[in-house]
Design a protein around this ligand. Structure first.
Ligand code: HEC
Ligand code: HEC
Length: 364
């Protein structure tokens, strides 16, 4: 059995942020599963999370068999940008998850390596360390599991894992990078996805103007219009009921009333339960100003269109409309033009320029 310990002992206030040092020790024991960091401990990662994040959502829990290490994150970053993962060497994860667009694809649907298109919008990769379900329909429960899928997806990277393993094994640098990250130079798919997941867990965005205003006490960080939009978001417009504070998402799978008869059945495709037809992951709204187009099927080009939808066009008879849509059913949502503009302005204040330009996340 593999064991690890995490010490949260050392906490120091550094420039308003709480610097956390995870000390992770790994005991040398035999691990029954391949790629379990057998008898190996890398350099623990130091994450600096603002103190309000610590107080509100706390430290994300990594899977016990994949603690974050400096070496693992560095390898994951390289693999996230590695085109050898795709059949014809043209596409990496970053081809569809573009940093300046908060790791989404600005195209409505992403083009695979043979020119075919998928039918859902590429999702943002932001603060996913806290999430419990991945993909619009929630079909994966871990980032490791998620990272397996694009590589073999017939309309994405169109490769096979044995081929990817062979390419990386024959590469001049990867074997030693896997050795540094996992204590073995024998590359297998489990280690590839572990490294990618480690990197993804460092994609943290908590420094928007909203954060500086609300948590940082900078009263000048938001304009009057944005503050108005914030009030609406958190109160009368009920957006926060699903796009919860902190991550602006929610672990539930929910139907926000897009369609009377959903073309994409969403969560139902995973569970086969009728009550799940039309339910989707609640996407984060952090950096939403740069991640358009919007919704799982990219039906809205702009945030103005999104707000008009919530103001005018929610399908109250959509099957399995979420209970949090009650204010809409009860006729309480009434947004005039000024309020709509304020809501849009507030959502733009969720953009975190440091995150979008952070050199630690770009192609190495
Ligand atoms: C061809 C474009 C494309 C490529 C290449 C691609 N993705 Fe994606 N990604 C998407 C799309 C589209 C979705 C949403 C698909 C769905 O929900 O069915 C998605 C979803 C995700 C999610 C889920 C986010 C969430 O909030 O649940 C993660 C994480 C992710 N991709 C990471 C990766 C990683 C890691 C790689 C490389 C191994 C990768 N992607 C390669 C297009 C792509
Ligand atoms: C019942 C829960 C719920 C409420 C309330 C809600 N949303 Fe959403 N929101 C969702 C879900 C679920 C999605 C994804 C829907 C889909 O694509 O099928 C979504 C998608 C979005 C998107 C697009 C995100 C993306 O990445 O494409 C935006 C923007 C948005 N909501 C803003 C708002 C605003 C503004 C309000 C308040 C007026 C609001 N939401 C209220 C659940 C909710």
């Amino acid at each position: 059995m593999y064991l690890f310990q995490m010490e949260r002992g050392m906490r120091t206030m550094v420039m308003g942020a709480l610097l956390l040092v995870f000390a992770m020790g790994c005991r040398k024991e035999k691990d029954p599963s391949p790629g379990g960091n057998v008898g190996f401990s890398g350099t623990p990662v130091e994450l600096d999370l603002p103190s309000w994040v610590m107080d509100s959502i706390g430290i994300p829990a990594w899977p016990p068999d994949n603690p974050l290490t400096v070496e693992g994150v560095a390898l994951g970053r390289k693999l996230f940008h590695e085109k050898a993962l795709s059949d014809n060497y043209t596409q990496s994860c970053a081809s569809c998850h573009v940093q300046e667009h908060a790791f989404t694809d600005p195209d409505p649907f992403s083009e695979g390596t043979n020119g075919a298109f998928g039918d859902r919008n590429a999702m943002a990769v932001i603060n996913l360390a806290w999430d419990l379900r991945f993909f619009w329909d929630g079909r994966r429960n871990t980032l490791e599991g998620q990272a397996h899928d694009p590589v073999t997806n017939p309309i994405e990277m169109r490769n096979t894992w044995p081929e990817v393993e062979a390419r990386l094994q024959a590469h001049p640098e990867y074997p030693s990078l896997f050795e540094a990250a996992f204590g073995t130079s024998t590359i297998d798919s489990n280690l590839v996805v572990k490294a990618i997941a480690q990197f993804e867990r460092t994609l943290l965005s908590f420094n928007s103007r909203y954060d500086r205003f609300y948590y940082g006490g900078d009263s000048t960080a938001l304009t009057e219009q944005e503050k108005h939009g914030m009030d609406l978001f958190f109160r009368d417009a009920h957006c926060v009921d699903c796009h919860r504070e902190h991550t602006f998402s929610d672990p539930g799978m929910r139907n926000n009333g897009l369609d009377l008869s959903p073309q994409d059945s969403g969560f139902y495709l995973v569970t086969g339960v009728n009550a799940h037809i039309g339910r989707f992951k609640v996407p984060t709204l952090r950096n939403i100003g740069v991640t358009g187009p919007y919704m799982h099927d990219s039906r809205f080009a702009t945030l103005e269109e999104v707000v008009d939808f919530y103001a005018d066009d929610v399908e109250l008879n959509s099957p399995n409309l979420d209970a949090h849509m009650f204010p809409w059913v009860a006729g309480h949502i009434d947004l005039d033009a000024t309020e709509r503009e304020a809501l849009v302005a507030f959502m733009h204040a969720l953009t975190d320029d440091d995150f979008l330009n952070d050199p630690r996340f770009s192609a190495p």
